[in-house]
Design a protein around this ligand. Structure first.
Ligand SMILES: NC(=O)CC[C@H](N)C(=O)O
Length: 251
């Protein structure tokens, strides 16, 4: 029996970037033998480009691409304010450029600044690992608390393309706690030229590549460009579904 009655569906912001790859991964996930996911095929494969389409959905994936362009297109399509409102209430997962948009503050924005959606108490640096030619793949260390991410024996290889980097996290007891979902190893970090000490402290925020704050998730890499769908499964099963099964809050 389906324990999930969606009024709409998680959909993928399709203004720019790698939205088609997210859609393919979600559709493949729906066809897998996971009963919980299978029981909600309505969940999958819708793209959103207008405020009316956004109003119909219960969760959203913001893909990687180019965050300045995406914000500009969102403004032009009348989606910027509806999106800002959406992220306050509903599950949203931002990948790469999408992660930049979910940050509350950023470094390295283009001249003239950059509009953000905000929502997550993090500071992000754009192109934190360098330019396009510095794109790389690296194995991730997934947090044991994120069961859906760790139950597979093979390591998850993250694809980083002009990836943003987490520069800081603001802990605020009045807001949902930030949960680190995955890190990279210190060797993957770019070395600064004036660094005298080459060791990276374990709590360096730049090692964090996936995190969750309540109903919001960000990954600085591109899980939709690998065959491994565990981050999609994590988002659907552990972030989106619980928001529907939760008892309504008394008014
Ligand atoms: N692959 C990506 O999504 C890159 C993001 C890009 N560096 C930006 O600022 O938007």
């Amino acid at each position: 029996m389906c324990d999930y009655e969606p009024s709409g569906m998680p959909i993928i912001l399709a203004l720019q970037g790698a939205f088609a790859e997210h859609q393919t991964t979600l559709n493949n996930l729906a066809n897998k033998s996971c009963t919980k996911v299978k029981s909600m095929p309505k969940l999958l494969s819708k793209l959103v480009r207008t405020p009316a389409e956004l109003a119909e959905c219960d969760a959203l994936i913001i893909p990687g691409g180019e965050s300045t362009t995406m914000a500009l297109l969102a403004r032009i399509s009348g989606l910027l304010e509806p999106l800002r409102e959406f992220v306050q209430r509903k599950p949203v997962w931002g990948t790469c450029a999408g992660a930049i948009l979910l940050a509350e503050s950023i470094e390295g924005s283009k001249k003239g600044g950059q509009e953000l959606l905000g929502g997550m108490a993090v500071k992000i640096g754009r192109n934190g690992f360098g330019s396009q030619i510095d794109s790389f793949e690296a194995p991730l260390l997934c947090s044991p608390e994120a069961v859906a991410l760790t139950k597979r024996p093979e390591e998850f290889v993250g694809v980083f393309i002009r990836a943003p980097v987490v520069l800081g996290i603001t802990e605020d007891p009045s807001r949902p706690k930030i949960q680190v979902l995955a890190k990279i190893s210190p060797e993957a970090l770019p070395k600064s030229e004036d660094a005298t000490d080459s060791t990276t402290p374990e709590d360096d925020p730049r090692l964090i590549v996936a995190l969750r704050q309540g109903h919001l998730v960000l990954t600085t890499f591109h899980p939709e460009l690998t065959k491994d769908d565990r981050f999609h499964e994590y988002f659907v099963l552990e972030v989106v579904m619980p928001t529907f099964s939760a008892p309504p809050t008394p008014s």
